[in-house]
Design a protein around this ligand. Structure first.
Ligand SMILES: Nc1ncnc2c1ncn2[C@@H]1O[C@H](COP(=O)(O)OP(=O)(O)OP(=O)(O)O)[C@@H](O)[C@H]1O
Length: 718
């Protein structure tokens, strides 16, 4: 008899499946599905990975069987199941002992003799073949069946042996090893166990047939059958393992798909959240738009109502506009007629203005070309101790003076003087200028005007001409009147330009009061004119407003020579001449009107007895005497008028003897100690008042080459 079993040709080594890389959680889950943790895949894996020798060798079979039983019974490797050596048994024990030993062995081997293989998940019908019993079942089921079959094994060894020998099918031998695994259901299991115990039923396994210990052939065949069964199981398990091999890949694919699905799910969830938020926002927007729409509808209805109202108003206004249009046409035609009338009125006004000037000039002529106003100043508060003369103001033109000194009173008696106007000490600056203003009007009409003040020092000449800040005199009031009149003349088409010069004659020398530089000023005659003169090198300022002219006057006053005299603490020791040239242009009529105003504040006459500056006093008195001589010569209509005997008469030549209107103020002091000088001035003024001068002519030019020049005198200056 051969001791070695023939080599199975179809057996494949399970060691081909070396390593399965599966995540532990997946493995646990799989183990749970396949029949319980620790009993399925792990056991199977250890079974597959073990490169043990096959049990073909009969001698090796007990060891292999013991090892497998030991592993099945206990996870501890140290607990190996030691079967007695078969030879030893042959020598020391009988067959009964062997059977008893086998019985004990089977009792101990309550666990499956084969490594458990996890049930295939995808094949739930693996253990449905109860008749063949070739398919393995789940370890738990198998274990359960082994447990249930165990009692049958203990009932009778002979019955098991009989069953083993009576049938050659693996199913009949399976109960001996717990292999009645045909069914996975409990009922079937019960049927199997019942059949095994009672020998009833189709699947009831017969009791194993007892083989005599010496019947090696039977034992060999028994073992061969066992080998076949095991081989079939092994092949089946290998087949299952092949299927299981694909499980990790499937698991990986499933895992990958699962991860992808989870990722997709997360994305979908994120998208869903975003969409929900957007839906919420859109809902809020819709609410806002809806409320806005409601408001807009309300506003629209209001606007429609307003529109309707405006429409009706528009219709009403359209009718009014049409009426106004017709009215406007009427007004336009009326306006044209009025414009025509206005032009005629303007022309009429212009002609009337000319007539007014002529009449005004006639009146001035009737009053005399040289007029004399007498002004008696009041005593000042500081002059209360000074004795006054006896003054009687007979009427507005006649004054009587009488000395309080007995000798003079008896000698001269009461003296009566008549002038064009007499102003008593109570007369104001306004009263004075009221009588002067017609002359200023004449200057704007193109006449030369000369106003000067004559009198003893301290008699009030400067007060009359300049005045004081609280009560301004003739010159500042003349400036204001000029600029006011210029505005009125502008409505008549006249545009005026005013030029100003300020001159001082001190000790028979001319000085420019607007300049501190030393200059040689000369009095020169205008070409082609008998009486017109001008001063060379003098500063001439064009004045645009009253303030500018006042500023120039202040400068001139500061530059004027003053000193203390017996009659005046700030006596003017020179003759001051302010000249204003008025140039009017009428663009429409192409006319130019040139007039001038000479405002002269003469130096005060002084008695040589009281003078401390004799040269100065002599020059002043001499120039005043020459002025008296000129006026007397004019009065007497002498052939030769001695204008050039003094700078003053030479400068005033156009004003005194030519085409001019002259006004002379005779200022007198009211005091007794001034009586002689007062009488002297009054006599001179009275003689001047009686002087008849030639009729003055207006300086009126048509628009020739003069239109572009500022003054006739400046054109003809030599
Ligand atoms: N009508 C008046 N009312 C009040 N005060 C006057 C009047 N006239 C002159 N005075 C005052 O008398 C003083 C002398 O006057 P003012 O200086 O004008 O004299 P004057 O003739 O110019 O003298 P002079 O020739 O020396 O310059 C000044 O203080 C002035 O204020």
């Amino acid at each position: 008899m051969e001791s070695r079993l023939p080599k199975p040709s179809g057996i494949k080594r399970p060691g081909m499946v070396s390593k399965i890389v599966v995540p532990m959680d997946r493995i646990k889950a799989f183990g749970t599905v396949g029949g319980g943790a620790g009993s399925g895949f792990n056991a199977n894996h250890s079974f597959l990975s073990a490169a043990r020798p096959l049990t073909r060798d009969l001698n090796n079979f007990p060891n292999e069987l013991a090892q497998r039983r030991g592993r099945a019974a206990s996870p501890e490797p140290s607990k190996t199941f030691n079967l007695p050596n078969r030879a030893k048994l042959r020598r020391s024990r009988s067959a009964c002992d062997i059977n008893e030993m086998r019985q004990n062995t089977f009792k101990r081997a309550a666990a499956p003799t084969l490594p458990t293989i996890p049930a295939k998940i995808t094949r739930p019908a693996t253990a449905t073949t109860s008749t063949t019993g070739t398919r393995s079942t789940a370890p738990s089921q198998r274990f359960q069946r082994a447990g249930s079959a165990a009692p049958s094994t203990t009932t009778s060894f002979a019955s098991r042996r009989a069953a083993a020998t009576a049938t050659t099918t693996t199913a009949s031998r399976a109960p001996a090893r717990g292999a009645a695994t045909a069914s996975s259901t409990i009922n079937k299991s019960k049927a199997i166990s019942g059949g095994a115990a009672g020998g009833t039923g189709a699947t009831a396994a017969p009791a194993p047939k007892r083989i005599a210990p010496y019947d090696f052939k039977a034992r060999f065949h028994d073992l061969l059958e066992k080998h076949k069964v095991l081989k079939a199981k092994y092949e089946k398990q290998v087949e299952d393992m092949g299927e299981l091999e694909s499980l990790p890949t499937q698991l990986e694919e499933t895992q990958t798909k699962l991860i992808d699905t989870e990722s997709t799910l997360k994305n979908v969830q994120t998208d869903n959240e975003c969409l929900q938020r957007q839906v919420k926002m859109q809902s809020e927007k819709i609410d806002i738009v809806t409320s806005s729409l409601v408001r807009t509808k309300d506003e629209l209805s209001q606007l429609q109502a307003e529109h309707q109202s405006i429409k009706s108003e528009h219709a009403t206004l359209s009718i009014e506009v049409e009426e106004l249009r017709l009215r406007n046409e009427e007004l336009i035609s009326s306006n044209e007629q009025l414009s025509h009338d206005l032009a005629a009125c303007k022309e009429q006004l212009f002609q009337s203005n000319i007539e007014r000037k002529e009449l005004h000039n006639t009146v001035m002529d009737l009053r005399g070309n040289i007029r004399v106003f007498c002004r008696v100043r009041p005593p000042l508060d500081c002059e209360e101790n000074r004795q006054l003369c006896s003054w009687s103001y007979m009427d507005e033109a006649t004054v009587e003076i009488q000395s309080l000194d007995g000798q003079a009173k008896n000698k001269m008696g009461q003296l009566t003087f008549s002038f064009d106007q007499v102003f008593n000490p109570l007369s104001t600056q306004t009263d004075i200028f009221e009588m002067v203003s017609p002359l200023i009007q004449s200057a704007l009409d193109g006449f030369n005007i000369c106003i000067f003040a004559y009198g003893q020092t301290g008699s009030g000449k400067t007060y009359t001409m300049d005045g004081v800040p609280e009560s301004v005199g003739v010159i500042p009031r003349t400036v204001d009147l000029l600029f006011d009149s210029i505005k009125g003349y502008r409505n008549l088409g006249w545009v005026y330009e005013i030029k100003a010069t300020f001159l001082e004659i001190y000790n028979e020398v001319l000085y420019d009061l607007l300049s501190n530089e030393p200059k040689d000023l000369e009095i020169r005659m205008v070409k082609n004119s008998k009486n017109d003169i001008y001063v060379s090198n003098i500063t001439e300022e064009t004045v645009n407003n009253p303030n500018h002219l006042r500023q120039l006057m202040h400068t001139a006053k500061m530059n004027r020579a003053t000193a203390a005299t017996a009659g005046n603490e700030r006596s003017s020791r020179s003759h001051a001449v302010t000249k204003l040239e008025l140039i009017g242009r009428h663009a429409e009529k192409q006319e130019i009107s040139i007039g001038s105003i000479n405002l002269v504040d003469l130096a005060g006459s002084e008695s040589p007895k009281t003078s401390v500056r004799m040269t100065e006093t002599k020059n002043i008195n001499r120039s005043l005497s020459e002025l008296t001589n000129v006026i007397l010569a004019l009065l007497q209509k002498q052939d030769h008028i001695p204008y050039r005997n003094s700078k003053l008469t030479h400068l005033l030549m156009p004003a005194l003897g030519g085409n001019s209107k002259t006004l002379m103020f005779i200022n007198v002091s009211p005091f007794q100690d001034c009586f002689q000088e007062s009488v002297k001035s009054l006599r001179f003024a009275a003689s001047v008042n009686s002087c008849k001068m030639a009729k003055a002519k207006r300086n009126r030019y048509m628009n020739t080459s003069l239109a572009t020049n500022t003054s006739s005198s400046s054109l003809d200056k030599t």
